[in-house]
Design a protein around this ligand. Structure first.
Ligand SMILES: Cc1cc2nc3c(=O)[nH]c(=O)nc-3n(C[C@H](O)[C@H](O)[C@H](O)COP(=O)(O)O)c2cc1C
Length: 316
C-alpha cells in the first residue's frame, strides 16, 4: 500500500518552531507541517513579532511549512495573508476547528462552521488573495453534533482549495471521546477536494487500519501521536517500530537546549518541558510515576535529575 503524504499537525504551544527544528535535526518521515494558528489582527499592519514562529529564515530545512490563520473577518484575513505572502509563503491554512468555547462562541475556529455567509466570505478571500489551490481549511465534524460539516461541504467544495483537513470530532468533544470514523467516511464519500485525515493516529497500526479503510485520503496529519512518539512518521514509512532510546535521548537533549535558549528562566522552560512530557510520559512503563515526579519539579536541574534516575523503557 502506498503511503500518502504525512503532515505535522499544528498544536499551539507544542509543535512550534523549536519543536520542528529539533524534530528535523533528529527524525525523518514528515513531508510538511502546518504551523500553530496565528490570529488575525485589527488594522493594516501585522507586527513582525506575531510572525516570529513562521520566520522563514529560521525554519528547519526539508520541512515545508504552511502557516495557519484563525479569525472571522475577511478584511483582517486579507491583511494577514498579505503579511504571510511578504514572508514568502504561497499556501496558508484556515482554522475552522478550534473547539475552545471562548473562540467558537465568537464565531472563530470551529465557530466558523456555524455561519455560512462568513465561512463563504473567508474562503472566497483566501482563494482570491492566494490564488487557486493555495488556501486550505481544517475542520471538525461540527459543534454540538456531527451534522454541520456534511451540511457545509457543498459550500466548502465550491472553492478551489488545496485541501480539506478533517478532525472527526465535534467541538463539544474537545480532544476527548472517540473519533467518529463513520461520520468521516460519509464526508470522504462526498468530498471532491484533496482530503487529509487527522485524529488519534498514535501507532503504526492505527495508521495502517485507517489507510486500509480510507483509500481516498491523500494526506495523514499526526498531532499528539508524533509528539508522544517522535519516531511515528518514520515507523509508518518503515512499516515497523523504529524507536531507539539513544536517538530519543539525543533529540530530547537538543529540544531541551532549544527551549532553554528561548526561555527567560527555569519557570518558562519547565512550562515547555512539562507540556511535552504530558504527551511523552504515558508511552513509558511506569509513566504515571514519571509524570507525578516531573510535574512537581521546580528547577531545570531537578527535572533533569528525575529523568536520569528514572529507567526509561517504552511500553510495547
Ligand atoms: C494543545 C493543542 C493545541 C492545538 N493547537 C491547534 C492549532 O493551533 N491549530 C489547529 O488547527 N489545531 C490545533 N490543535 C488540534 C490538532 O491540530 C489536532 O487536530 C488534534 O490534536 C487531533 O489530532 P491528534 O489526535 O493527531 O492530536 C491543537 C490541539 C492541542 C491538543
Amino acid at each position: 500500500m502506498a503511503i500518502g503524504s504525512i503532515c505535522l499537525a499544528p498544536l499551539r504551544g507544542v509543535t512550534g518552531l523549536r519543536f520542528r527544528q529539533a524534530f528535523q535535526a533528529h527524525h525523518t518521515g514528515l513531508d510538511l507541517a502546518v504551523a500553530p494558528f496565528i490570529a488575525t489582527v485589527q488594522g493594516d499592519r501585522v507586527k513582525p513579532e506575531i510572525l516570529r514562529g513562521i520566520d522563514p529564515s529560521v525554519q528547519p530545512e526539508g520541512l515545508p511549512l504552511i502557516p495557519q490563520v484563525i479569525g472571522k473577518d475577511p478584511r483582517q484575513l486579507r491583511v494577514m495573508l498579505h503579511a504571510m505572502m511578504e514572508l514568502g509563503y504561497r499556501q496558508v491554512d484556515l482554522n475552522a476547528g478550534c473547539p475552545w468555547p471562548f473562540v467558537a462562541k465568537k464565531g472563530r475556529g470551529s465557530g466558523l462552521l456555524r455561519d455560512e455567509s462568513v465561512l463563504a466570505s473567508m474562503l472566497e478571500t483566501g482563494c482570491e488573495v492566494l490564488g487557486e489551490g493555495n488556501f486550505s481549511i481544517k475542520v471538525r465534524l461540527g459543534l454540538e453534533d456531527n451534522k454541520l460539516l456534511p451540511k457545509r461541504l457543498p459550500l466548502i467544495q465550491q472553492f478551489p482549495l488545496r485541501e480539506l483537513c478533517v478532525h472527526p470530532r465535534t467541538a463539544k468533544q474537545m480532544y476527548e471521546g472517540t473519533v467518529d470514523l463513520d461520520a468521516f467516511e460519509a464526508v470522504a464519500n462526498q468530498c471532491t477536494l484533496p482530503l487529509t485525515y487527522n485524529g488519534d493516529i498514535r501507532t503504526l497500526e492505527d495508521y495502517q487500519r485507517l489507510a486500509a479503510r480510507f483509500p481516498k485520503v491523500s494526506r495523514w496529519m499526526l498531532g499528539r501521536g508524533i509528539v508522544a512518539n517522535p519516531f511515528l512518521a518514520e515507523s509508518i514509512r518503515a512499516g515497523k517500530d523504529t524507536r531507539d532510546m539513544t536517538r530519543f535521548m539525543a533529540w530530547h537533549a537538543d529540544l531541551l537546549a532549544r527551549y532553554a535558549e528561548g526561555a527567560p528562566g527555569d519557570h518558562a522552560l519547565l512550562g515547555h518541558l512539562k507540556e511535552l512530557w504530558s504527551y511523552l510520559a504515558p508511552t513509558f512503563v511506569h509513566g504515571d510515576k514519571i509524570w507525578d515526579s516531573l510535574k512537581i519539579s521546580r528547577t531545570r536541574e531537578e527535572f533533569e535529575r528525575i529523568l536520569q534516575l528514572m529507567p526509561l523503557r517504552w511500553k510495547d
